[in-house]
Design a protein around this ligand. Structure first.
Ligand SMILES: [Zn+2]
Length: 603
């Protein structure tokens, strides 16, 4: 038998070179689109070359090798360098120069919904971006106001007006319902370009210079510019949740849109893993936790690309995972407060709350790098967070809204009832809220369990905003069995309460404030109030506040004397007429609880 002569370089047997050539071509077939992406619309894409090789490069090379091995002829010598280059390309692309900081941003506002100093201070050494801002900027408690309801609070933060004036109370709210201009309306009317990424109550979006991407209450996927709607379509498609509802465009098409708008390789791989796990082995806690973090990661990717594509003088970004995760995982974060908590779950989820802060910090670092050192940076939260306290603890009864809303409407006219954990907020939308309030309280006090004579709701004490009424579930004498057997004023208790997984985290009224950058003071600042925020943000971009705003920037905010801002206009309200909505859909279904649960905000 004639021995097979070795190849000229002695490395590959007969046909081996065709195998090699096939592998090289396969590697290139996988790497070329990445090259096109990174050199073209998305220089951030190749952030995880090892993932790329694992998922695409190596499998494509193996497939090419398999096909190539079927040819038994000699091949050109170029195969090996070609293969090495094809497989090495992702690493070269990872070093591809990324766009320099945008350099134009004067003010960057980073919202961390529900952020609390107690959690941040408990993570010393682990939150470098927040610690860096504390070292070079000012820090304060940002005092919030009842009712501690995010859509209302973010609107107060953005307008410098209390809810009675801005008119945003419940969850069924749109930007067209806001009766006062917000700081982006004001700044844009003064010639500044603004980009807001997921500030609450910005649907329908308006043209404010750079971009406006609505937050999680938006019932429709509209964004401005319209080519960012894939971000909202992915959210609204509910594909991240178990319940599958057809979105307008297939997920693959949405992902392709994402790839040309800044979505990174690591985010794409994470999304694939989350979706796969959810399908193969669903787990409520894990799916919720990973879905929340994934959404923020996706937002970070696309917001940075948007900032480069649409330069802005003012840029805002809001993270909501720091509220959604603590609502659900606080019992594992502070298990001593919840003695009935399963130790195995504490072991597994004890860091979930911290993780949401670690992510918020990492995203903050990325965004600070993207805006550049000339920008003033403000970090704030709409309220703080703590363990759920008092009578709701340990019980599994949560309020339902439908029947209560119907009875209230019958009794006192137009109201909206929104639920947050064990609490309800009733928005009194009639022409005489004071009379509505009295009538509503009378009705609520009459809702008593027949067996015990106890009322099922307690009217929240404290300074309620005009036009709203806060309610909490009273659990005295009730148990999950009560849902089946007890009756309330002739109706089954189940019309008003349901057996739900209790929230274990609850809002408190001490949010956070950090400000750093050119001309801003360093060190502890006096306590600020959420009504001070709009005047401060306007001052930071050189605009006077409206004389009708009750808050004001404290002198301590500035390193030197406060800036000269020119005369204060009596009111910026006329700016409201200049708003330029990108869409004004005729008939819109208000967001309902079902949708919010599907979006992962409620349990
Ligand atoms: Zn919350």
């Amino acid at each position: 038998m004639t021995p097979i002569p070795p190849d000229r370089d002695g490395a590959a047997p007969r046909g081996g070179r065709w195998t090699l050539l096939g592998a090289a071509l396969g590697a290139w077939a996988a790497a070329l689109p990445a090259l096109g992406l990174v050199a073209g619309p998305n220089p951030w894409f190749m952030d995880a070359p090892q993932l790329f090789l694992l998922l695409l490069g190596a499998p494509a090379a193996a497939l090419g090798a398999l096909l190539g091995s079927r040819f038994r002829r000699r091949s050109p010598r170029v195969a090996r360098p070609l293969l090495a280059f094809g497989l090495g390309l992702p690493f070269l692309l990872a070093a591809w120069p990324q766009p320099a900081p945008s350099g134009r941003v004067k003010l960057f506002v980073y919202g961390i919904d529900g952020a609390t100093w107690e959690v941040i201070d408990g993570l010393k050494g682990e939150l470098p971006a927040l610690e860096g801002l504390q070292a070079r900027g000012g820090r304060a408690v940002l005092r919030s106001m009842e009712p501690l309801f995010s859509p209302l609070l973010w609107t107060t933060l953005a307008s410098g007006k209390a809810p009675g004036e801005h008119g945003i109370h419940g969850f069924a709210v749109q930007s067209t319902d806001c009766k006062v201009p917000r700081f982006w309306d004001i700044a844009h009317s003064q010639g500044l370009d603004v980009g807001t990424w997921k500030w609450l109550v910005t649907w329908p979006p308006s043209r404010i210079g750079a971009f406006q991407i609505p937050a999680w209450l938006a019932p429709e996927p509209d964004t401005w510019p319209a080519d960012y709607s894939f971000v909202k379509e992915i959210e609204l498609s509910r594909r991240m949740m178990r319940k599958e509802v057809a979105s307008r465009r297939p997920l693959l098409v949405l992902a392709m849109d994402g790839l040309t708008h800044g979505l990174r390789m690591s985010t794409l791989a994470e999304a694939a893993e989350v979706a796969l796990l959810q399908r193969l082995h669903p787990d409520r806690n894990r799916d919720f936790y990973r879905g929340q973090l994934l959404r923020v990661q996706m937002d970070r990717d696309v917001a940075i690309a948007a900032l480069h594509a649409h330069p802005a003088d003012i840029f805002t970004f809001t993270d909501y995972a720091t509220d959604a995760i603590p609502h659900r995982f606080w019992r594992f974060h502070e298990p001593a407060r919840f003695p009935d908590t399963d130790p195995a779950l504490v072991e597994r989820w004890g860091e979930a709350v911290h993780d949401s802060y670690r992510q918020a910090d990492a995203v903050l670092a990325d965004l600070i790098a993207a805006v550049g050192p000339q920008a003033r940076v403000v970090v704030l939260s709409d309220h703080g967070h703590q363990a759920l306290e008092g009578e709701a603890l340990g019980h599994l009864l949560a309020p339902r809204t439908e029947r209560l809303a119907a009875r209230l409407r019958e009794a006192v006219g137009p109201v909206d009832v929104s639920r947050l954990g064990h609490k309800l907020v009733v928005a009194l939308n009639g022409s005489d809220p004071a009379a509505q309030r009295a009538g509503a309280i009378a009705l609520i006090e009459a809702l008593r369990v027949e067996r015990t004579g106890e009322a099922i709701f307690r009217v929240e004490e404290g300074p309620a905003a005009a036009g709203t009424l806060g309610l909490a579930v009273r659990n005295e004498g009730l148990s999950p069995a009560s849902i089946e057997t007890d009756r309330v004023a002739g109706e089954p208790l189940s019309a008003y309460l349901t057996e739900g997984e209790a929230f274990s985290g609850d809002h408190h009224d001490r949010g956070i404030w950090l400000s750093a950058g050119p001309g801003l003071a360093q060190g502890a600042l006096p306590e600020l109030h959420i009504l001070d925020v709009t005047p401060i943000l306007l001052a930071m971009v050189g605009l006077p506040q409206g004389a009708d705003m009750s808050g004001a920037p404290p002198a301590a905010l500035w390193e030197g004397p406060p800036p000269e801002l020119g005369p204060a206009p009596a009111s910026y309200d006329p700016v409201l007429g200049e708003r330029d909505f990108a869409v004004l859909p005729e008939a819109v279904d208000a967001v309902n609880e079902e949708q919010l649960r599907a979006l992962g905000y409620w349990q």
